[in-house]
Design a binder for this molecule. Structure first.
Ligand SMILES: Cc1cc2nc3c(=O)[nH]c(=O)nc-3n(C[C@H](O)[C@H](O)[C@H](O)COP(=O)(O)O)c2cc1C
Length: 178
């Protein structure tokens, strides 16, 4: 991986999902990759209006210009990492809105094909419940549609910030980056 974009979806700055994202950035940078990170919860937030104005103005998105930088960075990247806590069996709305805006690139006639997608996931319930399937199905489907490969690393029992440090997540991230 040479150019990595990380998009996080947890509002808890000190939470477990952000800890995984930070570790990924650290390891990827140490391996020589250029890493750009966006925190969906820190961006202005508005879902896609399906107005069809993508790239007809000087922005990818006519409603939220902040999404321009995210889409442009992803277009230039070879690896896209999503850090996704499970919210109500699926993707938190702020991050889902960022993904909805990939529509802009397609409307703009730009192919997003050929990227490696890695999901770093957390949830409150144990992983064995299988409840992360809502995210997996959505993200795998999106990746198939976009022509991206898909990998995920998911940890349960993550309600308490810091819990991720008691797992093998950081060691597994080292392996994924190599
Ligand atoms: C609004 C909301 C909805 C949640 N929904 C679920 C859920 O459906 N299943 C689950 O196992 N955990 C659920 N959780 C717990 C989070 O997935 C869990 O605390 C996660 O590890 C938090 O990541 P963080 O430490 O990065 O904030 C929910 C938490 C919130 C705030």
């Amino acid at each position: 991986m040479k150019k990595v974009v990380i998009v996080t979806g947890s509002p808890r700055a000190n939470g477990n999902t952000n800890a995984m994202a930070a570790k990924f950035a650290e390891v990827a940078k140490a391996a020589g990759a250029e890493v750009t990170r966006f925190d969906a919860c820190a961006l202005k937030f508005d879902g896609c209006h399906a107005c069809g104005m993508c790239y007809k103005t000087r922005h990818a998105c006519a409603v939220v210009p902040e999404y321009d930088a995210v889409i442009e960075a992803i277009l230039a990247a070879d690896t896209v990492v999503f850090a996704i806590p499970l919210y109500w069996f699926t993707i938190p709305s702020q991050l889902k809105s960022v993904i909805d805006h990939f529509y802009a690139a397609m409307r703009g006639g730009t192919s997003m094909k050929g990227k490696r997608c890695i999901v770093l996931g957390t949830m409150g319930q144990p992983v064995a419940t299988g409840l992360y399937a809502g995210v997996t199905t959505a993200m795998k489907g999106a990746c198939g549609y976009l022509g991206w490969t898909y990998e995920e690393l998911v940890y349960g029992g993550m309600n308490i910030p810091g819990a991720i440090k008691e797992t093998d997540a950081f060691a597994k991230i080292e392996v994924i980056v190599k």
